[in-house]
Design a protein around this ligand. Sequence first.
Ligand code: HPA
Length: 276
Amino acid sequence: MPSSLDETIRSIRKYAPDFFPKVGIILGSGLNSLAEQITNPITIPYQAFGLTTGSVAGHASLLIMGHINNVPVVCLKGRLHLYEGTQNAMLCTLIRIIRHLGAKAVVITGAAGSLRTEVGAGEIMMITDHINLQPGNPLAGPNDESIGPRFVSLEEAYDPEFNQNLVSVASRMQIPLHKGVYLSTLGPVFETPAEIRAFKILGADAVGMSVVPEVIIARHCGLRVVGIAAITNLAVGLSHDKVTHEGTLQYGELTARKLVKLVPEFIKQIGSLIYG
Ligand code: HPA
């Protein structure tokens, strides 16, 4: 692995020396079709700049640079999960690449189970806040002040202005958009019914195995964050259907059809909002 973030950025820049993305996108399980919206893509496997390839089906481990609605974007197609044994430092590098290539905002998507029976598979939920039940914290360890501060506020982790924009774009496009709190576990196991009942009492609306570490790293390095949970199932114990990764991929594609319409419009909106 390159010894520093600067070195990683230099190796990526060799592929696209004059490309400066404005917005980052992280794609969750089953949401790959969003990447097809990127025009004139330059695709680089994570391995080419010293990171590992993820091991989870449906996660390709490709960094893609190109345009969506004329806004330059950098897309992580395939995330690295901590449950795969990914080191915090590796995850930090992957997310910081988005910031250090020049983006100021990131749209983080992730498959999730819904704790609200009225919000079923195929729905999308704007994440308004989160509960972190992942062990440890990706920022634990020495802090590099040139990247971000030691102590990071997560009070408005999900950017209130962008959230308002997302709501108005969704309503204009008549795409139903739920709002809620995302609870993150390490995984890789799905939850027990008792855990789901407990998470409901804690205030969770959706549960998944990702998003939160990335949000923490993104906020630390100053990226403005929008989070969207792609609901692929009702959480364990809330329906007769079994929760499986295959189901996640299948229903991920269903939610992707909505995201493929919503996210490009939203990116156009925030592209002009941030950069004029
Ligand atoms: N639990 C955890 N992660 C998930 C789920 C779930 O029900 N669905 C998709 N990712």
